[in-house]
Write a protein that binds this ligand. Structure first.
Ligand SMILES: [Zn+2]
Length: 234
């Protein structure tokens, strides 16, 4: 056992330790996000998510973006190709601090698009490469793992494809943080939230940002795992 620990298996234990920590962090972040949104969904504001979004777009000089309602929960997103801010039903027609925070955050992406915010442009440019990678990567990695002791080429290709998705999840971080920063600044300036409710909106968006941090860390850890296998082949 001691011999095993010393003979290169330390990297395995370290790897599983990292995976364990990332899984635990992901669980904690999800729970905290859930509880914050539940809490701030109960704090009413005079405006619905739709009203907040439309006003934020208008006051930022954006008139060619439509605010629409989409099915599902946590389906809120801004689509730059269709010029639409898509809000889930629990945000679109609801007047709460949580709904206002989400609506303003999605409009933050529309503002980034309008201003040509560089990380968003980079993220959009990566989308075709990422969808290509996601389609073939699982198979190439599987084949790569099975054949690693015969040829390293399939695993090498799989690692390159995986690295593209990891890079994408890292580029997502500044885009998300900046959208939330724009959202909070505007909510406060426009008087949608006040001294009491601004910190609540901030706290809800911070909790949401951590889910992207954990996703990026998890992607990095998995990439590291494949790289380790690549270099330890026989
Ligand atoms: Zn976002």
């Amino acid at each position: 056992m001691e011999q095993m620990l010393l003979n290169g298996n330390t990297a395995d234990y370290l790897m599983w330790g990292i995976f364990g920590l990332v899984t635990l962090a992901s669980w904690i972040v999800q729970k905290s996000l859930q509880s914050k949104f539940e809490k701030y969904s109960k704090v009413p504001l005079p405006f619905t998510g739709k009203e907040v979004a439309e006003r934020m777009l208008r006051e930022n000089g954006i008139f060619d973006v439509e605010v629409v309602s989409v099915e599902g929960s946590l389906t809120d997103h801004y689509n730059p190709s269709t010029h639409k801010v898509n809000l889930s039903e629990s945000v679109y027609s609801i007047n709460s601090v949580a709904a206002a925070a989400v609506a303003a955050h999605e409009c933050g992406h529309a503002v980034q698009h309008q201003k040509g915010y560089a990380p968003l442009r980079l993220r959009s440019a990566l989308v075709p490469a990422v969808s290509f990678s996601s389609k073939f990567m699982p198979w190439i990695l599987l084949i790569g793992m099975l054949l690693v002791n015969f040829s390293v080429i399939p695993l090498g290709v799989g690692i390159v494809l995986f690295a593209i998705t990891t890079f994408f999840s890292l580029v997502t971080l500044p885009v998300e943080v900046d959208a939330s920063r724009r959202a909070i600044a505007w909510l406060e300036k426009a008087g949608i939230t006040d001294k009491e409710t601004t910190p609540m909106a901030k706290s809800a968006l911070h909790a949401a940002a951590y889910t992207y941090v954990v996703a990026a860390l998890s992607s990095l850890a998995t990439l590291l795992y494949y790289v380790l296998i690549f270099f330890r082949r026989k």
